[in-house]
Design a binder for this molecule. Structure first.
Ligand code: ZN
Ligand code: ZN
Length: 384
């Protein structure tokens, strides 16, 4: 989660990830590829586990405006419109397991009764299907909370512990969290600790004999001024100044973990009365830090989004700028440090890594540029 390629490149250069380096020396494949827009967590995790774009699985954000006018979290499995690869494999008799860091993702990924637990709520979600009634006891240490540096590692430790006890699995998906990446760039002490430990755990998966795919849901960029204050365009102010009323700005990054990003990312939806759509588009597009403004019909094609769950306008800002509603609607005091976030095109670049050599056909495809949602195809079908 949030593993911008710069973290790995920096860690490899400073030799913080010896197992990854060794794997690449032995023929593992590392290329850059694209994540789905908007570069948010739920959208991309669902694309990774379904192998499909948001128009197919139904989640173009973490959050949306329902037809009754209420803002709703897209975290309930009833919103999903496609089954996961894990569900399909399980239906064919495969042994599959899903582990998430944040519990909000567990319910979405587990859709269709795929065995799943989370680091955050490991104490509440046993894996009875595999005879593990106490996940925390099996891992051997208490599970950390969402604002601790090693909650992602705990998710990886669950995957290892359950594999040793009840595995191996035909397919195992571990989804991490981006608390560390929101807090620090590649040069931070906590980021160094994170990637060193990540590398050790990655090595343990290789030692268990797994073919491992490493992919990110999105990258991460600093979005603050030199003095540390967030660099934000407040869209309600822009619409007010243009004399537009009756609008509703939606920030689809919104989730319960506000300490990470204060609900500020580089992507927003604007709902406006039909007569004001072009005027609103013009007012927003005239700002230098705005890179993309698409109507609903355009966004449905360009981003492969479901038309019924997006705004009249889809707005994306540049690498250094976040989008907000209005200053009073964001409590920036909750931020753990200067704002680092994602959601736009500049966080769409992600590492796409496979631990074993790919067949010539898949290697060529991988080099030509794949998407994060192709990772299961690469790992399941592409290794020679
Ligand atoms: Zn994420
Ligand atoms: Zn995030």
């Amino acid at each position: 989660d949030g593993c911008d390629p710069r973290y790995l490149d920096d860690a490899l250069e400073r030799r913080l990830m010896p197992r990854l380096a060794e794997m690449l020396d032995r023929g593992g494949a590392y290329e850059l590829g694209r994540s789905q827009m908007p570069s948010f967590t739920n959208t991309n995790n669902m694309s990774i586990v379904t192998g499909a774009p948001p128009v197919v699985h139904g989640l173009p954000g973490n959050h949306y405006l329902a037809s009754d006018g209420a803002e709703v979290q897209l975290s309930d499995p009833s919103f999903l419109r496609a089954p996961s690869i894990h569900k399909a494999l399980q239906d064919q008799g495969g042994r599959v397991l899903l582990v998430t860091a944040k519990d909000k993702l567990r319910r979405l990924l587990a859709h269709g009764d795929v065995p799943a637990t989370s680091a955050e709520k490991a104490h509440e979600h046993p894996l009875s299907a595999y005879g593990v009634e106490d996940v925390v006891a099996l891992v051997g240490r208490p599970n950390p909370g969402p604002y601790q540096w090693d909650m992602s590692h705990y998710a990886l430790e669950i995957g290892l512990a359950v594999s040793r006890q009840a595995g191996p699995f035909d397919l195992l998906y571990v989804s991490t969290t981006d608390f560390v990446q929101h807090a620090e760039g590649p040069d931070g002490d906590m980021a160094d600790r994170y990637y060193r430990r990540f590398d050790e755990l990655f090595g343990e998966y290789l030692d268990l004999g797994y073919v491992v795919g490493l992919v990110a849901d999105h990258g991460m960029n600093a979005k603050h001024h030199p003095d540390g204050s967030p660099r934000v365009i407040y869209l309600e102010e822009v619409l007010d100044a243009a004399g537009i009323s009756g609008y509703h700005v939606i920030l689809p990054i919104t989730d319960p973990y506000v300490v990470h990003h204060g609900a500020l990312g580089s992507f927003a939806w604007v709902h406006v009365p039909e007569r004001d759509v072009s005027r609103a588009a013009e007012a927003i597009a005239s700002l230098p830090a705005i890179e993309e403004v698409f109507t609903r019909d355009e966004a449905a094609v360009i981003y492969s989004h479901p038309r019924d769950r997006i705004g009249d306008l889809s707005v994306a800002s540049d690498a250094q700028t976040a989008l907000g509603k209005s200053p009073t609607k964001h409590d920036l005091s909750v931020l753990a440090g200067p704002l680092r976030s994602h959601g736009g095109r500049h966080e769409q670049i992600v590492p796409i890594i496979v631990s074993h050599p790919l067949s010539p056909e898949y290697a060529a495809r991988h080099r030509a540029g794949v998407e994060n949602r192709d990772i299961h195809d690469l790992v399941l079908n592409g290794v020679c």
